[in-house]
Design a protein around this ligand. Structure first.
Ligand SMILES: *Cc1c(COP(=O)(O)O)cnc(C)c1O
Length: 404
């Protein structure tokens, strides 16, 4: 069989399960109202939770950074790509996490995927056992596969099961690895309980805060601030392409861990540093996140979340036969679990024809039979936008119930 025949057969199998993915073309920047394939839609799918990607001060800072630093960094960080702007970003993050991680230092990466690969593969050597939460992001799963460590999975948010596997472990080093906010469910990991187990079993806790950074905590510092955690066992991964509105990622951890990543993380050593203009603009993003604008936007987000959740619960009550449900989400990620792959895609298409874009999420991203609309809110949504989504979902539910 030729490669092309082989791939065509696989593509047909994907299509037969209603699992084909396709690109849409954005003709304007990310915002609650965005032009997609030439048509303006009300969007509920961006991870730009604070609306900073569209903030004029960020665009100004990027332009200013480009005038000062030009385009790319030209080399990997250890060669010549590490600029004063990169250093200022790392210093700011080290200061932010000092209250949570004694002797904190930070190190930057181009993406969160890269940061997760770096920290898990560098720390997960042959002497190590990785305890990986069942619903971890794909980048953490790939990182654990790539690491030399033994990998043991534990069920979602199940501290008792984790305790049992930690008790049975004979590894020299133990790494517990978890998302802080689960990206397809919107619920929080039980971080205080996980950290208590780490302390008890001499383990380390890697926290992927991709969806908490900027959003959670009084100053937007994420899940460590939200739960008021403090321990040298905390290893934080944050991404800067979501609530921070730009691009990039970082690891904040005890200075010795960060020193070691600098020596051993292959995708830090062998990859070109991010453009310094982005780092320059990140300093503006951090100032906005910790300032009054960030605080006001976080408060608005919480109000939007409550309104959406109340509305969705009422909708589910009105249409029990559809079998829709919510997760335990307490964040701007508020999924509506519909069930079947074809059903969720039909619902997403109905919403899209009404001018709303809410992505349908199917297996393998989520478990079989739990396909869902992944509704995400941004602080730049108006209350009326949430009401428009609830009204459109109400019409779709009524139509679907009648058809059944
Ligand atoms: C988005 C995401 C990442 C990857 O971050 P990028 O900067 O987009 O590569 C990692 N972990 C989680 C939980 C994410 O949601």
């Amino acid at each position: 069989m030729s490669l092309l025949d082989h791939l065509s057969a696989k593509l047909n199998a994907i299509s037969a399960q209603s699992l084909t993915r396709s690109l849409r073309r954005a003709d304007s920047g990310t915002a609650p109202r965005q032009t997609i394939n030439g048509r303006e839609l009300l969007m509920f799918c961006s991870n730009d939770y604070l609306g900073l990607a569209a903030e004029p001060a960020i665009a100004e800072a990027l332009a200013d950074g480009a005038r000062r630093w030009g385009g790319g960094s030209g080399a990997s960080p250890l060669v010549s790509g590490h600029s004063a702007a990169h250093e200022a970003v790392a210093d700011t993050l080290a200061r932010w996490y000092a209250p949570h991680i004694p002797q904190a230092r930070a190190i930057g990466f181009c993406t969160g995927y890269m940061a997760n690969l770096a920290v898990v593969t560098a720390l997960g050597d042959e002497h190590t056992e990785i305890f990986s939460e069942q619903l971890n992001h794909a980048s953490l799963i790939d990182a654990a596969r790539l690491a030399k460590a033994k990998v043991t999975r534990f069920p979602h948010a199940d501290l008792a099961a984790l305790r049992a596997t930690l008790t049975a472990s004979t590894a020299k080093v133990r790494l517990i690895v978890t998302d802080a906010v689960f990206s397809m469910d919107g619920d929080l990991a039980p971080l205080p309980g996980l950290l208590a187990l780490a302390e008890e079993f001499d383990a380390w806790l890697i926290v992927d805060d991709a969806h908490g950074f900027g959003v959670l905590g009084e100053n937007g510092r994420g899940s460590l601030e939200h739960f008021d955690l403090r321990s040298e066992r905390l290893i934080l991964v944050g991404t800067l392409g979501k609530a921070a509105g730009l691009a990039g990622a970082f690891v904040a951890a005890h200075a010795t861990i960060v020193d070691y990543l600098l020596q051993a993380a292959r995708n830090f050593i062998f990859s070109t540093a991010s453009p310094p203009a982005i780092e320059h603009a990140l300093l503006t993003s951090f100032a906005l996140i910790e300032g009054p604008l960030g605080a006001a936007r976080r408060a608005h987000l919480v109000a939007l979340q409550a309104r959406l959740r109340d509305g969705l619960l009422a909708l589910i009550d009105r249409h029990p036969r559809l079998g829709w449900s919510l997760t335990d989400a307490t964040t701007p990620i508020q999924p509506l679990v519909v069930g079947g792959n074809a059903e969720v895609m039909a619902l997403a298409a109905t919403l899209e024809s009404a001018g709303l874009r809410v992505p349908g999420i199917r297996p393998p991203t989520v478990a079989d039979g739990t396909a869902r609309l992944r509704i995400t809110l941004c602080a730049t949504h108006a209350v009326a936008d949430v009401d428009a989504l609830l009204a459109a979902l109400g019409r779709a539910a009524a139509a679907q119930e009648q058809a059944a």
